[in-house]
Design a protein around this ligand. Structure first.
Ligand code: IVH
Length: 715
């Protein structure tokens, strides 16, 4: 069925049916973005785009209040904690702030407060105006002045216990200074990483072949979520105090007074914080901070205004998830203008060609930018992925002056071309017809699933293309594949160029060949580092089947698919045997693969193409002689829920959703996200809404959390 496209229809014109469909779609999208942001520290859209989604979602609920259920995102903040750390329930929930974008929003905010408090026109309201730090909020609980727990925000009600890691921060006192400290104090504020530290850390990560963080916020989050606090200690994190949770006694009567008190206790507070007394002063504060933004050594994404008097804050209270007494006045995405010096074509592991814009280096929000992705041939021409017109059809040419944007986090993008500055004689860019790899193969445009010409260009050199070989080796050693420590991008490139490592198996024969290679004599290496490298390689000779399959670099076989294949076949022998048969067109083998959960045509074709190539079969054979592949845990067949499909809904209290899913899968069941006739059980926690209703409608068996635990034997 074609998707109903309602995105551009003003909310006021949506029919109830359209609103219903879009509300559901937005809920799924927002939940997915929350997960990427809060749990994986890997947002895929800008904060501004996210805010747009949220705004539209709220606007739809406002107009169609019947869509608001207990599961509504408007009543939640963020996503549930990721399950790696112990959970901590916040004594006072950690809430979020409403956003203002335009000056009028600020005037409205102050007007609302005035009306709510029934203040006369002449009565002044003082606000504490503070920079909005783009980091992670943290709640620090002190009992009798001693730090006892540090917790992340999580979903606002429950966060993760990161106490051990937080203790490594210089800005967080282990004991509060001063006398008459209340017995219970929960100090809240923001953990952040400076821009300088972020750049340095990324440099280090790159050298070690580790994850590159998109922005300081993500690197701060990644640094805090370490199982080993020594790692956190090695990452310079700062903390600004600006709020509180449970307090057994209040040491001040205003927000600004509380901030002073935090300082007395030994905390850092933001030096730019200021008390403002009118809308004009607030707006002046906003513009002043905006001009300072790029000179600050930490990321901020706006300013926050808070009613200073705490008795007024109390009276104003909250509306759903945000306080009536505070608002975040956001800054627009940071932009800069610079010259596009060149367009380079990069070849990826699967031969995809990506044009990368080489810029005259320019600072955007304090981060130097010199590369920008230009996505594909159409994008350069001014055509979007769905055939829509981009930049009013303006194409991008070498020599153009371009406006680039680094919106909060993600990689910078070209927003527009300044036509007035286009150099005379600038020529339209022609996408290469031949791949820049040494084979100079013909470039083809990929077909889409529907058989039309897609926008992605591909090198047809496949196994003979050295660019693709290097990319495959990089995937092979990466964290989610063989995870060979100390063997990153740089080393792979160097070893490949020297001809020492041409394919994965060569990594494992390095040590045996070292009598002639003499790696310890290379500059930068020494006896110890060579020993460490060999140890790291040897440590990985024993590998799980799912990782091994993923490391082969078969197209369309990412981590999840690799896991599904590993679980489906159980052993390398069974998998390999099936792949060879599939490659030969054996119908039974194909049907068997197709029967596996999550595996369809695309993957089967990719597997067939991979194992149909003798060159690949050789690579695989030589590699399997070097490593030991551990069998995958096959889903159990003799449990009460084997082969069943289960849906978890509502806010689960006895276990996390991830735990429940893992249990289900371990016992041979499938955890699904939506209820249908095929669903066997719906496990409903408190506040379950539409999914529970659907289950009742379809007559699907509904279980409480306790009934589920009884069914799976308390597993
Ligand atoms: S006050 C009840 N003050 O912004 C709200 N938040 O969107 C308490 N943030 O989760 C928050 N700087 O992580 C407040 N000066 C500041 C802030 C600030 C950054 C973050 C914080 C919060 C988010 C709200």
């Amino acid at each position: 069925m074609p998707k109903v496209k309602t995105e551009k229809t003003p909310v006021a014109l949506l029919t109830p049916k359209q609103a219903n469909a879009e509300h559901a779609r937005l809920a799924t999208d927002i939940a997915a973005h929350d997960k990427r942001y809060y749990q994986q520290d890997r947002p895929s859209i800008t904060d501004a785009e996210y805010d747009d989604l949220r705004r539209r979602y709220n606007a739809i609920e406002e107009r169609f209040p019947e869509l608001r259920t207990l599961e509504s995102l408007s009543l939640k903040v963020g996503a549930a904690p990721s399950g790696r750390f112990k959970k901590v329930r916040h004594a006072v929930p950690m809430l979020s702030l409403d956003n203002a974008f335009a000056e009028q929003d600020v005037a409205d905010f102050v007007g609302r407060i005035r009306r709510f408090l029934k203040l006369g026109d002449t009565e002044a309201i003082s606000f504490s105006a503070e920079p909005k730090i783009d980091g992670l909020s943290m709640s620090l609980r002190y009992q009798d002045g001693e730090l006892v727990t540090a917790a992340t925000r999580g979903d606002g009600a429950e966060g993760e216990d990161v106490t051990a890691n937080i203790r490594t921060l210089h800005d967080v006192p282990h004991k509060l200074k001063g006398r008459n400290i209340p017995a219970v104090c929960e100090v809240r504020g923001e953990v952040y990483m400076t821009k300088a530290a972020f750049l340095k850390l990324n440099e280090r990560q790159k050298e070690a072949g580790e994850t590159i963080f998109a922005n300081p916020r993500n690197s701060a989050a990644g640094s805090l979520r370490q199982k080993d606090s020594a790692v956190t200690a090695s990452r310079p994190l700062g903390f600004f105090a600006y709020a509180w949770g449970e307090m057994s006694d209040m040491p001040a009567a205003t927000q600004s007074g509380m901030i002073k008190w935090f300082e007395h206790c030994g905390f850092k507070t933001n030096p730019l914080t200021k008390v403002c007394r009118s809308v004009e002063e607030l707006l002046a504060f906003h513009s002043k901070i905006e001009t300072q933004r790029s000179h600050l050594d930490y990321d901020i994404d706006g300013v926050v205004y808070k009613v200073d008097r705490l008795d007024w804050q109390e009276r104003l209270g909250f509306v759903s998830r945000t306080p009536r007494w505070a608002i975040a006045h956001k800054f627009p995405a940071e932009r800069a203008t610079t010259v596009l010096k060149d367009i380079e074509i990069q070849v990826g592991r699967t031969g995809a060609l990506t044009p990368v814009g080489k810029l005259e280096p320019v600072g955007v929000g304090g981060v130097m930018v010199q590369n920008v992705t230009l996505h594909n041939e159409d994008y350069i021409k001014g055509i979007g992925g769905k055939g829509e017109v981009l930049r009013e059809g303006r194409d991008i040419r070498i020599g153009d002056t371009v406006i680039i944007q680094r919106a909060g986090d993600v990689i910078p993008q070209v927003v527009d071309v300044v036509m007035d500055k286009r150099p005379k004689g600038a020529k339209e860019y022609h996408f290469p017809k031949k791949c820049p790899c040494p084979l100079h193969t013909e470039v083809v445009r990929e077909e889409t699933a529907t058989g039309e010409e897609g926008s992605r260009a591909r090198c047809t050199g496949e196994f003979a293309c050295p660019f693709q070989k290097i990319q495959h080796l990089m995937l092979f050693v990466s964290r989610r594949a063989f995870d060979i420590e100390g063997f990153g991008e740089k080393q792979i490139e160097y070893f490949f160029e020297q001809g020492w490592v041409k394919e994965p198996a060569d990594i494992f024969t390095l040590e045996a060949r070292n009598r002639t290679l003499k790696l310890e004599e290379i500059e930068g290496y020494g006896e110890t580092s060579v020993r460490n490298l060999f140890d790291a390689i040897n440590e990985r000779r024993d590998i799980g089947l799912d990782r091994f399959i993923y490391a082969l670099g078969i197209r369309h076989v990412g981590e999840t698919t690799a896991l599904a294949l590993a679980r489906g076949y159980g052993s390398w022998e069974a998998f390999h045997d099936a792949c060879l048969k599939v490659a030969k067109g054996d119908e039974r083998a194909i049907a068997e693969m197709d029967d596996l959960d999550q595996i369809g045509d695309t993957v089967i074709q990719a597997v067939a193409a991979y194992f149909g190539e003798s060159h690949n079969r050789g690579i695989v054979e030589r590699l399997t002689r070097q490593v030991k592949i551990r069998d995958a845990e096959k889903p159990k067949k003799d449990t009460a829920i084997a082969g069943k499909t289960v849906v978890f809904t509502g806010s689960l209290e006895k276990f996390t959703r991830d735990e429940a899913k893992a249990t289900a899968e371990r016992l041979g069941a499938k955890a699904s996200g939506s209820v249908s006739k095929k669903t066997d059980y719906v496990v409903a926690g408190p506040g379950a809404g539409s999914k529970l209703a659907e289950a009742n409608k379809l007559g699907v068996k509904v279980l409480t959390e306790d009934e589920w635990l009884a069914l799976v034997g308390g597993a």
